[in-house]
Design a protein around this ligand. Sequence first.
Ligand code: ADP
Ligand code: MG
Ligand code: MG
Length: 883
Amino acid sequence: MSQHERPKYVYSFEEGSAGMKRLLGGKGANLAEMTRIGVPVPPGFTLTTKACIEYMRRGREFIDEIWPEVLKHIRKLEEKTGRKFGGVERPLLVSVRSGAPVSMPGMMDTVLNVGLNDETVKGLAKLAGERFAYDSYRRLLSMYGSIVMGVPREEFERLLEEKKRKYGVKADAELPAEALRELVEEYKRLIKERTGREFPQNPLEQVKMAVEAVFRSWNGRRAVKYRRIHGIPDDLGTAVNIVAMVFGNMGWDSGTGVAFTRNPATGENRVYGEYLPNAQGEDVVAGIRTPMHIDELGRRHPELYKQLIDVCRRLERHYRDMQDIEFTVEQGRLWILQTRTGKRTPLAAVKMAVDMAEEGLITREEAVLRVSPEDVEKLLHKQVDPSARKEPVAKGLPASPGAAVGKVVFDSDEAEELGKREPVILVRPETTPEDVGGMAASQGILTARGGMTSHAAVVARGMGKPCIVGCEAIKIDLEKEEFRVGDLVVKKGDWITIDGSTGEVMAGKLPLVEPKPTAELEKLLKWADEIRDLGVYANADLPADIAKAIELGAEGIGLARTEHMFLGDRLPIFQRVILAETEEERRRILMEELMPLQKEDFKEILRIADGKKTIIRLLDPPLHEFLPNIRELLAEVAKLEAQGVRGEELEEKRRLLKKVEDLYEFNPMLGFRVCRLGVVYPEIYEAQIRAILEAAAELRKQGLNPRPAIMIPGVIHKRELEELKKLVEKVAKEVFEREGVEVDYEYGTMIEMPRAALTADELAEVVDFFSFGTNDLTQTVLGMSRDDAERRFLHVYIEKGILPENPFKTLDIKGVGQLMKMAVEKSKRVKPTLEIGICGEHGGDPKSIEFCHKIGMDYVSASPFRIPVARLAAAQAKLKHRR
Ligand code: ADP
Ligand code: MG
Ligand code: MG
């Protein structure tokens, strides 16, 4: 392009295509595409998003510069329609429609019937009747008056309501011509009164001002806020489409409607939509009259219906996805005014993707890419039983998915108390760190204020609890302990149901259903399994969870923790181990009392996971966690002393206190724990190793195929691993000799300290596998305790944009990820067969999974309910980054 040549700012529909969304906006690009493939679209043209950007820089001057081009295109519309813009005989009218590159529903504006004035309306009346002409004019005046000239919309509504009352009619469409003519005069007067200016009678000036208003709406408060929330860049700009009007309000053989090429709620392959006879534009969605079901249109106008279905099929085949269509019928003739890829529920997304692949419309790979892991996650959360669903009483932001039922509580301490006995929903204006305990004790959280990154939202997502925030419709009265929505009063103790996936609040106690993968979801996940390279294992400790994980598709157990095997009725035994004075005594209690019990635990785990690799992690927490709390103990001793109690009871408490004081740690997170325990007290680890291997040997003898893998936590040094490996080998030799069978087992380590990652190549020499424990690795790399961070300050960091998201949910790729990448590279260089995975919570997070795939890891391990999410995300990672 030469220096003086201006870029092209105006495109007729014949010149554009679907690929030009960035320049023409979504609406414009698709109108052009439909024109190109011969779908009946009224003629029109588009002012580009670049024009919007220029206008914002230079204002009116710029519009004047490109105006000749706009006039040229209007002239072409006149030729195509045989009408004249501003003409009285056969007036051409246009719509001026916004359309950004990304959909921003309801954020920007459209003006219909531009070109009408006191003269042209007469021409239109002669052509198509008075009623129709004045109906169109009053619509123009109210849209133009509000959108372009800034008179509040409600004022037009008010006059309209008054008019209906005066004429004793219910619906707009029943107003006679005379009433509409009065309304036109009243609207014009209203505009003059409110703005001091006349409604412009010059049609070209109408267009110009409408174009400017649409461009300006890009920076309107609503639109800017919407972009913030949805992360849409501000510099995209909006296009403006100028489209010859077709009229759905031209009598009862005209109308307007919307249609989805498949059912957006269920995914059923059948056109779904609504139609309103004798109506224009948004009437159908504005709830002015009840529209008819699209099937009814089929009964009344079979020919038209058939045409519409044909267009739907064509558009779907062309775009290879479900389309959401706006159409208008003008005196029996069908016009398509918009098409876009339709929004759909998670259920429908899965069904459509699978159906379309089976119909041959898309490939299986495309089907796998079509469904978002978040959709799969939503399908696996508890849901309100669809047959019992009620109208919501209020709607807020869906901050954390899943449904919850409980009794309303307004105070966090009370939630903690009541939550022990019955299900509660914590309802607060907003939450602070003081509420965390109450949140944890509740089934779900509902706040009146706050956005998607508010304290309540961040903490609830971290806890995996259903949560709705920013539900401004509920008016909370903390004094009276009640909230109001409209006329409804909900008091403390009343039941409510919240759906954190949709943001809906429902009154009463609705039944919830455990999600079950649908047949379509099962199929989609099978396809994902065929695609992905990453293995998908589960983090599960208890037999029921392990069984659930396998049912949901886990190929192995990536993290079976063993802490629970020291708790419950085992706790007194283990406390005696900790309090024992000599190694001999410790060893005796461990081997004779604890080990046999734990062997049974391991047998059950290995039996359920038969044939699948089962990674068992040896004891991890510091020992003081198994003893009473030091503060409580101090208080008890003080009380006994004050009561003058003496003798054995007091002595025993004092001994216990002494031990607890011994074990007291200033910083337990970095304290005497993980494999340090096994190095200092090898008998503790030895008992666990013996229990695992004896369990495996016994199952082997029963003809099963146990595949235990022993995992050492918290390693920082190769020597730790060597030392403990000797222990494992010694025990294995003894057990296998005595049992007379050999069991294949693996030996591996967690990587959860920076030093382990930094020396991964050395560690690799000693082990068969690595598992990144990214919960602790994130804590140790960031130097931040998760609990404290999530309670106290993480939400502030996210709100301020210092951190893009919670690093304990989505891997901090630049920091923690960098360390992982380095560790993978240098350890695989030393030992290419080393199996490397992740068992932190990030193993179930789609973005983190994508990263694991990219750096060449072998598997991810996620909690049972996230297994389907991980299967899909792993396949998508492969499709996005073939390696
Ligand atoms: P939105 O982006 O809010 O849907 P649109 O630009 O699609 O706004 O227009 C609003 C309504 O007006 C839609 O129902 C649309 O079908 C209708 N409409 C827009 N242009 C025309 C036209 N040229 N003739 C008839 N109806 C139109
Ligand atoms: Mg539209
Ligand atoms: Mg850990």
